[in-house]
Design a protein around this ligand. Structure first.
Ligand SMILES: C[S@@+](CC[C@H](N)C(=O)[O-])C[C@H]1O[C@@H](n2cnc3c(N)ncnc32)[C@H](O)[C@@H]1O
Length: 197
């Protein structure tokens, strides 16, 4: 099935909604951001590297567990001539950075994939400075029945996704208990979040 049709059929997103999904995922990164940014997981960088092309003043660290994904991201970054982005193999559950190191932490489609979600929440919080931004997006269950079935029958067996999943309400609770400010939006089964520590 072509990607466009799969996006509509399984995720409920047509082309216009997909643009909104992207805007939601990166809503927390200011256009003129110039601090230290952590992205975890970067995957192949297909979504985030185009955003980084406009953040020349930022120092960006991209982490992923998979060397294969990182290799693809590095090739993409070099083709795009991105010089302010570093790539590191690592586990979100044990990030190789000091406390309060980052001005922003971005996680796009990460938390539904991470196995140790408690450690991932704790580590992404630990490395973020007070007043810093935690943002991104993730799958939440209970918003679209067809998506929920697709996740269970396809994404889980392929190990792309790892249960348990949050709902919109449990995500709001987790974030508002941890952060000074937390805003959660959603588009079909994707929740976007923008939080301030
Ligand atoms: C669906 S991809 C998302 C990547 C990218 N943000 C995107 O939206 O295109 C999920 C990624 O999470 C990575 N991953 C899974 N568990 C991880 C962990 N514990 N630490 C770091 N990365 C992890 C996988 O290697 C994979 O590249």
């Amino acid at each position: 099935m072509p990607a466009r049709l799969a996006l509509k059929f399984f995720w409920g997103l047509d082309a216009a909604a997909y643009q909104k999904f992207l805007a939601q995922a990166f809503a927390g990164i200011p256009k003129n951001f110039s601090g230290r940014l952590l992205e975890v997981p970067v995957g192949t960088g297909v979504l985030s590297l185009p955003v980084y092309q406009k953040l020349n003043g930022a120092e960006i660290f991209c982490v992923d567990y998979s060397d294969k994904m990182l290799d693809a991201a590095k090739v993409r970054a070099s083709q795009m001539n991105l010089r302010n982005v570093k790539f590191l193999q690592g586990d979100v559950a044990n990030l190789p950075f000091e406390d309060n190191f980052f001005d922003a932490v971005l996680s796009v489609n990460g938390f539904h994939a991470f196995r140790d979600k408690e450690a991932a929440w704790a580590e992404t919080y630990r490395v973020l400075r007070r007043g810093g931004i935690f943002c991104g997006c993730m799958y939440v269950k209970g918003e679209n029945r067809r998506t929920d079935i697709f996740v269970k029958k396809f994404c889980e067996p392929q190990r792309f996704f790892s249960p348990p999943y949050e709902t919109l309400n449990t995500l709001k609770k987790i974030l508002s208990e941890r952060f000074a400010r937390a805003e959660v939006t959603h588009l079909e089964s994707f929740a976007g979040f923008v939080c301030t520590k």
